[in-house]
Design a protein around this ligand. Structure first.
Ligand code: ADP
Ligand code: TRP
Length: 328
């Protein structure tokens, strides 16, 4: 068995975008060749914001299909849905007792998301989110957690919780580290000072499902000059080109940017074509997978069995350590 364990999750919130792909999913695909990998759909993590119950299940299946269409192979990686394994919730409820609530109030994501609401109105799930994430991670004892850099603080918190637990009950958990790609932060098309995120709105993102005409249209509106001298918009588009186009094309535009001869209309057109070509086989595979939901469910069920066998071992060890089960 490979020596290193990798684990990561993505929330099923609808269409994944190229930020999710370059910051996380593409890395998952590369990692599965060399490591023992667990990748899951973090459906319990998708409940702390507005959602439509009628859409959620379809979004879970959609995310599973995206994982596989993008190259995750269920025979090499364990792919599962978080809410189907009670161990995640059980460990989260347990670990919550070993972390001061102040640590949770300090989380940037909590402050950003809760800050928009009147004090006290943010739901408790938003505050508790990093504890659940720590449980997700620690159940599988991964060495690395591949995520975009917005998740660093949450992975750090899982190390804090592991550290507190180990100190009190003896060595139980290893301390997981984040693993970034070369693009841990793809920026928004319309506001390149912010990370590309669905919460900003559809036109800020290039979605993995977008057809070529939509990609062309969104890119034609993308901001290149932010007026602050940073060139953040243009840099972001060049970065995308580097990942989606062939090496020579990317080099040509990089050079033109340096020499200040770049024509942004050309860049946007070339990029639109490169991304559309890149996404086409992924979109086709995804459509085929979604046409057979029973088969997807079978794959997820097999993944859940594999994941649960690992999760249960950790949970038993934890329950023994804290005296909820008899020791050996
Ligand atoms: P979103 O922020 O769009 O709601 P998620 O929070 O579900 O996306 O993120 C899923 C994964 O994609 C995480 O590992 C996250 O760090 C990564 N990610 C999200 N947005 C970006 C981005 N703009 N650039 C790079 N990685 C990203
Ligand atoms: N919080 C992550 C996000 O918003 C998703 C997630 C949930 C996750 N549990 C995890 C990522 C465990 C890595 C490991 O993207």
């Amino acid at each position: 068995m490979p020596a290193t364990t990798i684990l990561s999750g993505i929330r099923p919130t609808g269409n994944l975008h190229v930020g999710n792909y370059l910051g996380a999913l593409q890395n998952f695909v590369q990692l599965q060749d060399r490591h023992e990998c667990f990748f899951f759909i973090a459906d319990l993590h998708a409940l702390n914001e507005q959602f439509d119950a009628k859409e959620k299940y379809a979004q879970v299946l959609d995310t599973a299909a995206t994982f596989i269409a993008a190259g995750l192979d269920p025979s090499r990686s364990t792919i599962f849905v978080q809410s189907r394994l009670p161990a995640h919730a059980q460990l989260a409820v347990t670990l919550a007792n070993f972390i001061p609530v102040g640590y949770l109030f300090r989380m940037t994501q909590y402050k950003e998301k809760a800050g928009k609401q009147a004090q006290g109105n943010a739901n408790a799930g938003l505050l508790y989110y990093p504890v659940l994430m720590a449980a997700d991670i620690l159940l599988y004892q991964p060495t690395f957690v591949p995520v975009g850099d917005d998740q660093d603080q949450h992975v750090e918190l899982s190390r804090d919780i592991a550290g507190f637990f180990n100190k009190r009950f003896g060595p139980t958990f290893g301390l997981p580290k984040t693993l970034h790609t070369e693009t841990p932060r793809v920026m928004s098309l319309l506001d390149p000072t912010k990370k590309m995120s669905k919460t900003l709105g559809g036109n800020h993102c290039l979605n993995l499902d977008d057809p070529p005409a939509v990609i062309t249209k969104k890119l034609s509106r993308a901001v290149t000059d932010t007026g602050d001298g940073t060139g953040a918009g243009a840099k972001n588009l060049l970065l995308l080109l580097e990942h989606f186009a062939d090496h020579d094309t990317a080099q040509r535009f990089q050079r033109a940017a340096k020499e200040k001869t770049i024509r942004y209309a050309d860049l946007k057109q070339t990029l639109a074509r490169a991304i559309s070509d890149y996404l086409k086989p992924i979109q086709e595979k995804k459509t085929a997978l979604l046409a057979n939901p029973d088969h997807l469910e079978e794959l997820l069920a097999a993944g859940a069995v594999r994941a649960d066998s690992v999760a249960q071992k950790t949970l038993s060890a934890v329950f023994q350590k804290i005296g909820l089960r008899p020791g050996d």
